[in-house]
Design a binder for this molecule. Sequence first.
Ligand SMILES: Cc1cc2nc3c(=O)[nH]c(=O)nc-3n(C[C@H](O)[C@H](O)[C@H](O)COP(=O)(O)OP(=O)(O)OC[C@H]3O[C@@H](n4cnc5c(N)ncnc54)[C@H](O)[C@@H]3O)c2cc1C
Length: 290
Amino acid sequence: MELNIIVLVKQVPDTRNVGGQAMNADGTINRAALPAVFNPEDLNALEQALLLKDKNPGSRVVVLTMGPGRAADILREALYRGADEAILLTDRAFAGADTLATSYALSMAVRRIGCFDIVLCGRQAIDGDTAQVGPQVAQMLGVPQVTCVRNIVSLDNSFAVAERSIENGVEVVKAPLPLLVTVEGTAASCRPRNAYRMLRFHRAATPTELSADGFRYTEQLQADEALCIKEWNLQDIAGDASRCGLSGSPTKVRNVENIVFKVKESKRYTAADGDLKALVAELLDNHTIG
Ligand SMILES: Cc1cc2nc3c(=O)[nH]c(=O)nc-3n(C[C@H](O)[C@H](O)[C@H](O)COP(=O)(O)OP(=O)(O)OC[C@H]3O[C@@H](n4cnc5c(N)ncnc54)[C@H](O)[C@@H]3O)c2cc1C
């Protein structure tokens, strides 16, 4: 069975290596101090896609990201590891998007790609950390979703069977296609870059990169369509501007506060019943829980 597989991938600041320079004085992220990386769980999602492709020769894996021009780096990374086609969704109209506006733009781009059997994405991005985008995209596409998947066990013409993590165990779920799956970090790690693919795809570029590059690789690009990273804007996905970017974002950030814990603000509790009761009472009291 030849599958049409789409993987949503996001470039994120590497929040696992936050140093003292990570935040600007005004509370915004100092992106220069945080290297941009492939969102870790999106690599797990890519591997699930490539495993499906291995089992179903002739299948096609398309990677899609919404972000600024530099996000093309993770698309090349996906091509090195086995993706067949890459699309960058980029437009000033998408700037300032919250998860709802991000999901809208991504779902419109998926519609533009056309027929698909399965959309895979990471469970959660390490910067926004909401885990909302996958479920929202599924809802906007009108397809079922299976979240927190650690393994896609099988997939035939009509159904996929997947193992998903739940508290204290694993649930095996059967869901009809087409389907959206969010993949978590316990799933198989992504295969490494392939040396031959690196030689071929290091020249892959978006039209914007090409024009900045003085069309150095134009001839190779004409000879190998897979080297063209597609670049789509709002018009290309027939998007409604009022549902994109800031104007399509109901989330409004009122204030961003830097919190640095000091030693004197920390408390030590033992596992004794009395300590645990005191901790719960304090958390209830200051409305952290309850
Ligand atoms: C008011 C507001 C304004 C914001 N403005 C900006 C801004 O100007 N610039 C900015 O970069 N961020 C901005 N953000 C953050 C942005 O909304 C989130 O990064 C984005 O919606 C994804 O949410 P998340 O990181 O929680 O993803 P999650 O829901 O945790 O991600 C789950 C999965 O969805 C997929 N996914 C998520 N985002 C993308 C993407 N962009 N492309 C492809 N796949 C994706 C990935 O597979 C990912 O693993 C803003 C947020 C808010 C609330």
